[in-house]
Design a protein around this ligand. Sequence first.
Ligand code: ATP
Ligand code: MG
Length: 590
Amino acid sequence: MAEPSEDSARPATDAGGTGDVGASEDDRNGAPEHRRPLDFIRKQVVSDGEAGTFAGRVQTRFPPEPNGYLHIGHAKSVCLNFGVAAEHGGVCRLRFDDTNPAGEDADYARGIAEDIAWLGFEPGTPMHASDYFQQLYEWAEHLVHKGLAYVDDQDAETISTARGDFTTPGVDSPWRDRSAEENLRLLREMRAGHFGDGEKVLRARIDMAHPNMLMRDPVMYRIRHAGHFRTGDEWCIYPTYDWAHGQSDAVEGVTHSLCTLEFEGNRQLYDWYLEHLPLPGDRPRQTEFARLNLTHTVMSKRALGALIDTGLVDGWDDPRLPTLRGLRRRGYPPEAIRAFCAHVGVARINGVHEIELLESFVRTHHNRFALRRMAVLRPLEVVIGNWPAGEVEYRAAVNNPEDSAAGTREVPFSGRLWIERDDFMVDPPRKFYRLAPGREVRLRAGYFLRCDDVETGPGGEVIRLHCSYDPETGGGQAPDGRKVRATIHWVSADHAGDAAVALYDRLFTDPVPGADGRDPLESHNPASRELITSAKVEPELLDTPPGEVVQFERLGYFARDTGPGSPVLFHRTVGLRDEWANILKRRESG
Ligand code: ATP
Ligand code: MG
């Protein structure tokens, strides 16, 4: 069957292009899903409905392990599971796959529910695989009775070696033919805590020569004398993912169990367990789809945890991480993340999406909604010699040219300003059109400004500029028609507030960190954050509510940090230049 073509996933190194035109206005502004061709999963759900499968019910689940917080890959799964259910009047539940006590905890679980709500979905009362531990155990005894499960005394390494490989069949365990009575006694003793960690396991009795390695007598229970964040010390045997997942789906009444492609091989086992158990209702069905991957970052909770543990980033909400808490702090709106997920679609082709595509959705959103403000990151003092001493003028500045309802604000203008150091050069090269000795520029929402003299320090460094303004140019044009080639931003020195600004670069220099089996950390970018502590901002910016994103004119979109902290801290969400458009152009030209 042909793969659905709406998935634009492609290897990052494929510069050939796929005709993907990037985020359309509709996509970027909230994706009218009804106009999109249905993906293969949605088609299947529709045809199940038409055929009356699952009695017309649609129930999905989002099943994270609470061993870290969610990343944008999870967002794809959240959008799919909650989306499909909502489109069919069905139910989607959050279920914690809390079958492995090591590393799981209640804070992660709470945080995950928060992340889902922030993304725009209703997590409801979360379910837990651990709620079904007793049911799972009873079903395990059921399989033992039927001769379909046995207790194995071999250690993990022996079991793994005896499993064989793709070309060699496995070797039966010497304990494979224990009687049902003996197995039952041993299983009960396992549960009662008679054995130490790793001394015994319960295995399904399937086929040690099965072409699917996962079917070669998979482990169902392992012994772990470890406290669980919900069940405490009640259990010392814990179910494996495969033994818990399908059964949890069945208990909850899930119809469509959607998971990522690496579980394709597990589907046979998923079905095998369900086939041999006395289920309360219909058998759920597993369907796999491609994981979401992004360039210049890593996306598994384990890899993210390693970045945090080694101190390369500050924590799960570090704005450089692709976690939902990191992206939120960085100023990525949930609408843009949802639109991005809808745009990349759902298919069965694994690939890597350029991070610039995600950024284009973020930029498009903020271009529409963010208020424009002025901030100077690396201030250079300008003294306007012909400005009336002590006078302050309040200049009207447009808040958002994309939204006339956003109106204007008054920005104080005076005889002493800060401008960006980068906007001045003593000896400018060709094509540098901004300020230079003897040259004139326009000040945004201000006047024409001419540089008359440059004050330098002992080492020749520029300390301050002595300038004059033209009072006739307050409307943005000169009455005599003379032109300036650049407009720069500024803030009034006597009115400016202090701010810290964090600028971000890629967290990894490689498009696919860890490709070719290398350690992803090898390409970690030590310059991924630049903290500027002496920015000067227009007074209005000090009142920006925490979490809000504004545009600093000419510099990009910036999110006010959510924490306390003085001076106020802004994170650069994304720059103004559409790098995604450049990528597409480069692709088109070969
Ligand atoms: P991680 O390696 O980050 O822990 P996981 O697959 O183990 O990822 P879980 O928390 O166990 O994550 O999974 C929750 C759900 O999210 C699963 O259904 C999983 O398939 C899905 N998921 C995880 N990562 C991605 C991704 N990159 N793209 C799409 N879905 C994902
Ligand atoms: Mg996991």
